[in-house]
Design a protein around this ligand. Structure first.
Ligand code: GLP
Length: 254
């Protein structure tokens, strides 16, 4: 394990670099497991996309081995496409049940998901924001987009932003296209937790793997916070831990 404490704007950013995506994902899973072991009623912020899949698989290994229970945990997901009900295979809700919730003992009543089929997005955003205010997140898991987006906070998103409906960038529409199961194209809009919601978490664990994320990682860790790179605002948080594989760390000045 290659640990790189790094001073950025007078804060120490914990950056752990491991040789492979598998090892980086296992280290993130261990972080989540130890948080839930320490506090079974932990409130977890969860992410979707290809990157967290190995983390969820590792959590399920611990469930299968009887090493963990999520029965008292509460979850919040970062985002959801607009126009998709949870039953739609391409919804992030369906992804979460496939990759994690359907195979572990999370209680449905404690699984909080944005309703992509809400009649009124503003009402849904306010509902979700209220739930987040009632259950502050203890540990927020993040991935990162190739353009530095976190959740669906695209370049230009404001650091104080809260739950809101957003228009997805061309880069994101392109990047997410290959993940579609039934849809022909990625929905144009989504509801996402804002950067302000993410920064309100007590602890943030962000996982980036593969060379496609190297530039976003470099900008986030080695440049000053800038709205053009949403993940760069993470350096203002006092308890962030980056987990990278060598490929995603490839452009860091070390
Ligand atoms: C998706 C999600 C983000 C995710 C990012 C990277 O659109 N909204 O939460 O972190 O894009 O996804 P991946 O891990 O597949 O590269």
């Amino acid at each position: 394990m290659d640990h790189h404490p790094r001073i950025a704007s007078d804060r120490v950013l914990n950056v752990t670099i491991l040789p492979t995506a598998q090892e980086a994902s296992a280290a993130v899973a261990e972080k989540i497991l130890s948080a839930v072991r320490a506090n079974p009623a932990a409130v977890l912020g969860l992410a979707t996309g290809q990157t967290p899949r190995r983390v969820y698989a590792a959590l399920l290994d611990a469930v299968a081995a009887g090493e963990i229970s999520f029965a008292d945990a509460t979850t919040f997901n970062l985002d959801e496409y607009c126009g998709l009900p949870a039953s739609h295979a391409d919804s992030f809700a369906a992804y979460m049940y496939r990759e994690l919730f359907g195979k572990a003992d999370f209680r449905p009543a404690r699984i909080n998901l944005i309703d992509g089929a809400a009649a009124d997005n503003e009402v849904e955003a306010a509902r979700y924001a209220r739930l987040l205010a009632e259950h502050p997140i203890d540990l927020q898991l993040l991935g990162i987009g190739t353009n530095g987006h976190i959740g669906f906070n695209e370049p230009g998103a404001l650091p104080a932003g809260r739950v809101q409906t957003v228009k997805l960038s061309e880069e994101t529409l392109l990047a997410n296209q290959p993940t579609l199961i039934e849809l022909k194209q990625v929905p144009a809009h989504a509801i996402t937790m804002g950067i302000g919601d993410i920064l309100a978490a007590r602890e943030i664990v962000i996982l980036a793997t593969g060379p496609a994320k190297a530039e976003a990682v470099r900008r986030s860790l080695q440049e000053t916070p800038d709205n053009a790179c949403p993940a760069s605002h993470l350096s203002t948080h006092s308890n962030v831990h980056w987990f990278l594989d060598e490929a995603a760390a490839g452009l860091l000045q070390r």
